[in-house]
Write a protein that binds this ligand. Structure first.
Ligand SMILES: C[S@@+](CC[C@H](N)C(=O)[O-])C[C@H]1O[C@@H](n2cnc3c(N)ncnc32)[C@H](O)[C@@H]1O
Length: 161
């Protein structure tokens, strides 16, 4: 199967899921802007979780569940984990989903701000958003061959007290 960009990105994001979350507790995953559905296929095989690709694109890998629609944060609470790997226009809805569920986002093009921003500035601006909303997060650099290789992993709002 042919993919645009660095094909190792799917395995790299699947590794993140295993390292940051208890995969026994991750039953339903939203693979937002999942394109053909390669990440969903790997996650299902590796961790036996139910994955939905949520993407307006109609066709993808046979056997991978698809919701052919644009993602909005209202969809988040159905899932245990929301992932946006190079999510284009779904970037902001995935970031905002961190208010409701754990998320992983690997931004690519700047659909974050009307301001012109490179990858680094966009990442910093997303981090500012998390801080402003009290979201616990970490950043990891994936070992993939593209400038768009920074993953932001969130773990819900900080508990006040
Ligand atoms: C750069 S591709 C990435 C696809 C896949 N995650 C990958 O890494 O190969 C961006 C995808 O975002 C989808 N997309 C664009 N706007 C979206 C939205 N509002 N909600 C969900 N998916 C969207 C596009 O249809 C496209 O498949």
């Amino acid at each position: 199967m042919k993919f645009h960009g660095a094909p190792e990105r799917f395995e790299a994001v699947a590794d993140l899921v295993g390292r940051h979350f208890d995969t026994n507790k991750i039953k339903y995953v939203a693979d937002v802007a999942g394109g053909q559905g390669m990440l969903s296929r790997i996650l299902r095989k590796r961790y036996n979780c139910e994955c939905d690709v949520i993407d307006p694109r109609e066709y993808g890998i046979v056997g991978v569940n698809r919701r052919v629609e644009c993602y909005v944060p209202d969809m988040a609470t159905f899932y245990d984990l929301i992932i946006g790997l190079h999510p284009d226009q779904a970037l902001r809805p995935v970031v905002e989903s961190s208010l409701y569920r754990p998320t992983i986002v690997v931004p690519c093009c700047n659909y974050w701000s009307a301001e012109k921003m490179g990858a680094k500035l966009m990442r910093q601006s997303i981090e500012e958003w998390y801080k402003a909303h009290n979201i616990r997060y970490v950043v990891e650099e994936l070992k993939i061959d593209t400038p768009h290789r920074f993953a932001l992993i969130t773990f819900g709002p900080k508990i006040k007290g």
